[in-house]
Design a protein. Structure first.
Length: 221
């Protein structure tokens, strides 16, 4: 006899938290994310549908498979995963759980999701991030990104937090979560306010300073 799981019909879609790596498409026109464990091979968009990582044709989440998006109920539990060495460059996501889902004690496995907010940690040097820059790894057609301050961007491929939000679309909000120095990058969304323009200016100034230093070496200025 097959055991039927109890069904839920919530008035509003549940909210969950997870960590992921930010990604930029090869042509620089799309932003997305990729998981840190089982789903790491399949980058996904801000609003996307889960696919079986094993290439099976069933719909996710299947009861006899590990497929589907995963998240936890508690923000603190997701933040704790950022403490491990292999996940330090990941970002914290707040997501809306859409479609069919399977509830577990600590979270959900589910069919569709919308990423509402991405919180970017500090640059590797400890300063507040103003951009997401090429992290030196990727997936076919996608570059992995990591938090970068204005001084560490230099000539790497990079996008400001506001630009990443715009490329992701679907109302995505991207904010700088912490680090040494002014937190002017907090609360970045698709539109450019004062804090977003400050972050954009810092990124441009850092690149200009780097190019001027290179010109000085070549021309003896």
């Amino acid at each position: 006899m097959r055991v039927r799981l109890p069904e839920e019909r919530p008035a509003e879609p549940p909210t969950g938290f997870k960590i992921a790596h930010p990604m930029l498409s090869q042509d620089g026109t799309r932003a997305g994310f990729t998981g840190v464990s089982l789903g790491g091979a399949l980058p996904y968009g801000v609003l996307d549908e889960a696919r079986c990582v094993y290439g099976l044709r069933h719909r996710a989440p299947h009861r006899r498979c590990d497929c589907g998006f995963h998240c936890v109920h508690d923000r603190t539990a997701a933040e704790a995963m950022l403490c491990t060495a292999e996940h330090r460059a990941a970002v914290l996501l707040e997501v809306t759980v859409l479609g069919a889902y399977i509830r577990f004690e600590q979270g959900f496995r589910y069919a569709r999701q919308r990423v509402r907010t991405a919180t970017v940690g500090p640059c590797a040097c400890g300063a507040v991030a103003v951009a997401l820059a090429d992290a030196g790894w990727g997936r076919p057609g996608w570059r992995g990104l990591a938090a970068a301050c204005a001084g560490c961007v230099r000539r790497r491929t990079a996008v400001s937090l506001a630009t990443f939000a715009r490329l992701g679309g679907e109302g995505l909000r991207v904010r700088a979560g912490g680090g040494a120095g002014p937190a002017d990058g907090a609360g970045v969304s698709e539109g450019l306010g004062v804090s977003e323009l400050v972050a954009e200016a810092a990124l441009l100034q850092a690149r200009l300073d780097w190019f001027q230093s290179q010109l000085g070496r070549l021309g003896g200025f």
